[in-house]
Design a protein around this ligand. Structure first.
Ligand SMILES: C[S@@+](CC[C@H](N)C(=O)[O-])C[C@H]1O[C@@H](n2cnc3c(N)ncnc32)[C@H](O)[C@@H]1O
Length: 188
């Protein structure tokens, strides 16, 4: 059965600056992302996290923004242009089948998958593709909203990521979210 995908109108709400009161990108991601990194924001929608990430990686870094919906990516580009950050942002339209990360093998320093895994049709392939793209010992931060994802389903997601070669190294459960920090292990 096809999974529900976040509609574009919700994408506008998610990009609201007021959301910083709940999810502050700098305090959530500042300890994982430093200058010059190449970072993936998967299921980026309209870039609530992508733009602060672009500030964190600096002028020599890059934020690769991936989404299923062209409209989300168009809006990110407009927002990045207005913020003077367009040169640090690359957008890629993916399919339900694949993230299309072939060109990024072993090149990525950090991956954010915020509120997206529960919308992904093939989570098994999703984690395999991220595993190939990320450098060894680097981190993938997965957040899922409690509103859509039960504790049990979240644990299934974590164990799927672990089967693909990640190790859960930190977990956080807040009123709204379940979050896990996963690190790529060398399994070859
Ligand atoms: C709930 S929104 C979260 C947006 C963003 N991460 C945030 O927190 O503001 C989920 C986003 O994931 C995208 N999405 C859904 N399935 C996807 C997939 N298989 N690959 C990439 N993006 C996907 C949707 O188009 C939507 O923009």
């Amino acid at each position: 059965m096809a999974k529900h995908v976040c509609p574009v109108w919700v994408g506008h709400l998610l990009a609201s600056p007021l959301r910083k009161l709940l999810n502050n990108p700098k305090s959530m991601l500042g300890k994982h992302v430093i200058k010059d990194m190449i970072v993936l924001d998967i299921g980026c929608a309209m870039g609530f996290f992508s733009l602060p990430l672009a500030e964190m990686v600096g002028a020599q870094g890059k934020v690769i923004c991936i989404d299923l919906q062209e409209k989300m990516l168009e809006t990110i580009k407009k927002r990045a242009y207005k913020a003077g950050l367009l040169d640090r942002i690359e957008t890629y339209l993916c399919s339900q089948d694949s993230l299309g990360l072939k060109g990024f093998s072993d090149k990525i320093d950090f991956v954010l998958a915020f509120a997206v895994v529960h919308e992904v049709q093939n989570a098994d392939k999703f984690f395999s593709e991220i595993y190939e793209a990320i450098k060894s010992n680097r981190s993938l931060l997965v957040e899922e909203p409690k509103l859509h994802v039960s504790k049990n389903d979240f644990e299934i997601t974590v164990s799927l990521a672990e089967q693909k070669g990640f190790k859960a190294i930190n977990r956080l459960c807040t009123f709204f979210d379940r979050t896990v920090l996963l690190q790529k292990q060398n399994i070859h």
